[in-house]
Write a protein of this length. Structure first.
Lengths: 113, 114
């Protein structure tokens, strides 16, 4: 089974609203990353949070990490139609020296004008 | 422009044929990765390479093969042994081998078996 599981699977909001999605994982991690994928395109890296960090911001993005609960959340504030995409969390397992990431199934976000 | 290129964008294959997907990067990255994505699912790792002339199997390597003869190139061959090859294939790279930092992705190749 996949290391990361996103919740919800799909999210529909209106422009200006905030979007929150969650990621849970099973084993100890080195870091957790969030990526965005527009339909039919490659993934774009959004933000990386290390296991010793609790919160990180980048523009309208806010990521939290709770290693005791093995979970992370991604908040997109003041969403725009251009934020419509699938969002994936990816975990880098502790002790992995090969640089591998394990991806969840993603949250599909639709932002309507 | 620096980045990762994948070609072709769309590929159609008849059953029983081998096909090779191209992945080239001019980022001078050490490590490269191949993933498979099926509809509504996340990415699954096929093969990865940390250095020229060396590569490792990922979670779903059966029916696939790779080579890494040059640092900038990591082609993936989908063989006739792959039972269900229709999928979206993504290539990625990272700056330094042995690190779990940001991966940079190409635009992908959509393979359809007719």
């Amino acid at each position: 089974s996949q290391q990361g599981e996103e919740d919800p699977q799909a999210l529909s909001i209106q422009e200006g609203e905030n979007a929150t999605m969650n990621c849970s994982y099973k084993t100890s991690i080195n870091n957790l990353q969030w990526y965005r994928q527009n339909s039919g395109r490659g993934l774009v890296h959004l933000i990386l949070i290390r296991s010793n960090e609790r919160e990180k911001h980048s523009g309208r993005l806010r990521v939290t990490l709770d290693t005791s609960k093995k979970s992370s959340s991604l908040l997109i504030t003041a969403s725009r139609a251009a934020d419509t995409a699938s969002y994936f969390c990816a975990t880098a397992l502790r002790g992995d020296s090969w640089g591998k990431l394990q991806f969840g199934a993603g949250t599909q976000v639709v932002v309507t004008p | 422009d620096g980045g990762i290129t994948q070609s072709p964008k769309y590929l159609f294959r008849k059953e029983g044929q081998n096909v090779t997907l191209s992945c080239e990067q001019n980022l001078n990255h050490d490590a490269m990765y191949w993933y498979r994505q099926d509809p509504g699912q996340g990415l699954r790792l096929i093969y990865y390479s940390q250095i020229v002339n060396d590569f490792q199997k990922g979670d779903i390597a059966e029916g696939y093969s790779v080579s890494r003869e040059k640092k900038e190139s990591f082609p993936l061959t989908v063989t006739s042994a792959q039972k269900n090859p229709t999928a979206f294939y993504l290539c990625a790279s990272t700056i330094e081998r042995g690190t779990t930092d940001t991966q940079y992705f190409g635009p992908g190749t959509r393979l359809t078996v007719l």
